[in-house]
Design a protein. Structure first.
Length: 173
């Protein structure tokens, strides 16, 4: 999976919650492939020596590490989302496909921490409060705060955020 992410060959993930009693899809969501980053991959233990694929290391995809925007509902509680809205949500972050895996990961991780603030307007200092968390996710980067600012500028330039001045931002709908 890590190789697939680095080579930009990951598939879109469709997650289905199916009710076998009523033969009905309860919930269906898509995780676009450009939101799959190294931050959401959790390696598993290698298979035992007795296993047919001995030594092979699998992984778990940690959905909690994917930003809210990376989980697009197609069906929610048996109700279909309009195709136009699904396409809009999918295309809103499609620009991430143009980026290398590490740059995509940074953008997704900064977007995730901003969403964790739980509000539509926020300050740069509030995002800086996550610098240690982002340092853990990206230990090779020694300049976390400038990188946070860079990612906020990218999100601003793509119309996701609006910069209000003096370190204040707001989400654009």
């Amino acid at each position: 999976m890590i190789y697939s992410i680095k080579m930009n060959k990951t598939p879109n993930l469709f997650l289905l919650h199916y009710n076998s009693q009523s033969y009905c899809a309860e919930n269906l969501l898509i995780v676009p492939r450009y939101f799959l980053s190294l931050s959401c991959i959790e390696p598993r233990k290698p298979l035992s020596l007795n296993a047919r694929r001995s030594g092979r290391v699998g992984c778990n995809i940690v959905l909690g590490e994917i930003p809210f925007d990376g989980k697009i509902l197609i069906i929610k509680e048996r109700k279909a989302t309009s195709p136009e809205l699904v396409r809009e949500c999918y295309n809103r972050f499609r620009f991430l496909l143009e980026k290398r895996y590490d740059a995509r990961g940074w953008t997704a991780d900064v977007l995730k921490v901003v969403r964790e603030l739980g509000k539509t307007d926020f300050t740069l200092d509030e995002v800086y409060a996550f610098d240690k968390q982002l340092q853990k996710l990206h230990p090779e980067n020694k300049h976390i705060r400038p990188k946070i600012r860079q990612q906020l500028q990218i999100l601003r330039d793509k119309g996701i955020l609006e910069f209000k001045g003096k370190g204040k931002y707001v989400f654009v709908k």
